[in-house]
Design a protein around this ligand. Structure first.
Ligand SMILES: [Zn+2]
Length: 281
């Protein structure tokens, strides 16, 4: 039995045929999946999916770093909390939250800036985006802590700040979603809190992912989870196609290929880890 700990079944084209996605998932021994919210509307869709398929799906509610703006932070967090209170049985985590410095806004197309001005623009932009993302990150960390739920953390090109936030806020119970860093970063996080889990996605199967495979090879097995992040990041054997929960099997197979434990032990431990972290018995 496999458990896809992170997916977005409400995104097109998966949302066109959720019955088909669920049927294929069950046929291939993937028995559970968690639907991750990225903003208020998608969090509500994730909850609705968990109502429709209560045996197989649960939801999280949260604001993705790419959705963070300087507007309505307090109201939105209040709304998120009231959604959480009203749907406590369906919701198993907060997020995805975190920091994403990959995309920096471009200056207006018609501006004529010198190279130095352009560099300054980028630094200023990046700084203010980072500050706003940190405010949302902290607010969601507090919400997760208040309800004893795991915080699902997205981090991209922001390793130093992510580590600083996790120890400052602090965050003690979390899932590093789509883990794409080396072992040093993982051990720095584990040194901060033993209740941090590492979820590996299709990226684990890509050719250039040696540092990520090394992390998955050496981490304690009881800290490891697997996910699809569907419809994104299809694993190598199906790369380029729409990802879906059934393909979490490729991530599992890659993990088995690099670990010393038997596939049976890995499968059983991943299942127990996933049920434990999400409190889904
Ligand atoms: Zn995601």
């Amino acid at each position: 039995m496999l458990f896809d700990t992170h997916s977005h079944l409400y995104f097109e084209p998966l949302s066109d045929d959720p019955d088909g996605v669920i049927a294929r998932m069950l046929r291939n021994g993937v028995d559970r999946a968690v639907q991750i919210g990225c903003d208020i509307p998608s969090s509500l869709k994730a909850i609705e999916l968990s109502w429709e398929y209560p045996e197989f799906l649960r939801a999280t509610v949260g604001i993705h770093p790419s959705e963070c703006t300087s507007l309505r932070i307090e109201e939105t967090m209040e709304e998120l909390e009231s959604i959480l209170i009203q749907n406590r049985d369906s919701i198993v985590g907060i997020g995805e939250a975190g920091l994403d410095y990959h995309w920096i806004s471009e200056p207006p197309g018609d501006s004529i800036l010198t190279e130095e001005e352009l560099r300054d623009f980028h630094i200023t932009q990046q700084k203010s985006i980072a500050d706003i993302q940190k405010i949302w990150f902290r607010a969601q960390a507090e919400l997760a802590e208040k309800y004893h739920l795991p915080l699902i953390i997205h981090t991209r090109d922001a390793r130093k700040d992510t580590l600083a936030c996790i120890s400052d806020f602090p965050v003690n119970f979390a899932i590093m979603h789509c883990y794409s860093e080396d072992p040093d970063f993982a051990y720095a996080l584990l040194a901060h809190s033993p209740e941090i889990y590492f979820s590996f996605s299709g990226i684990l199967t890509y050719k250039k992912s040696d540092p990520i495979r090394e992390t998955a090879r050496i981490l304690p097995l009881d800290r490891i989870l697997i996910e699809t992040d569907a419809p994104f990041l299809a694993p190598q054997p199906v790369r380029g196609s729409v990802n879906e929960s059934t393909y979490v099997r490729y991530v599992f197979e890659q993990l088995c290929a690099i670990r010393t434990e038997s596939p049976e032990e890995i499968e059983q431990t991943l299942w127990e880890n996933s049920c434990r972290v999400y409190g889904w018995r």
